[in-house]
Ligand binder design. Sequence first.
Ligand code: ADP
Ligand code: MG
Length: 204
Amino acid sequence: MRSRQKGNTSAQELMTTRRYGEEMPGFAATVYLGLGANVGDRLANLRLALQRLQTLARLEEVSSLYETQPQGVSDQPLFLNAVCRVSTGLESQALLRFLKNLEWEIGRRPGGQRWGPRPIDLDILLCDDRVVDAPELTVPHPRLAERAFVLVPLCELAPELGHPLLGKTMKELLASVGKKGVKRIAPRGWEKGEGNEGIAGAEA
Ligand code: ADP
Ligand code: MG
């Protein structure tokens, strides 16, 4: 747990937190987010999401980029997936509202098929070691432990991190799921680039 430095909040961040919810004074949570896209310019969508996230959260680390087989509904395009770690003073429900709004901004519309194609998917995977069980928000993410496309990038950033409910580390969870269907297609730093140079399989 890290406390926010006094006077360190930007004007833009303040405006955003006023819009989405209350910041908890002097408190910042470490949050792992899962990002996915399989419609449109997948790479541009993920880069835009990471850029916009920084209006309210400090982006600390981003995993490599992966191309993954769809799960749940198999007859749909391949996904690009990554995981990032952010530090934010926003409480988790407010963060979810911000993420849903950002999904809309990037072109996702509600009512699509469950686990179907989407231009962007932004999920809260873990929020410190907190447990949230609300109608619209479950943390840790309820399907984290069964998704290789989440666990592979997450293990890159935090292999020894413990799941607050399952009592296992991310590395242990990945060992039971395996890495099938998850292919690393670009090293760290992919989000800072422009175009798709060196990113096999990603569109221009
Ligand atoms: P999924 O991410 O499992 O493919 P969706 O993106 O369609 O599913 O999300 C459906 C709903 O899941 C969202 O509207 C949101 O309210 C809810 N939800 C519950 N827990 C979370 C979480 N940890 N992160 C993101 N959304 C969540
Ligand atoms: Mg989602």
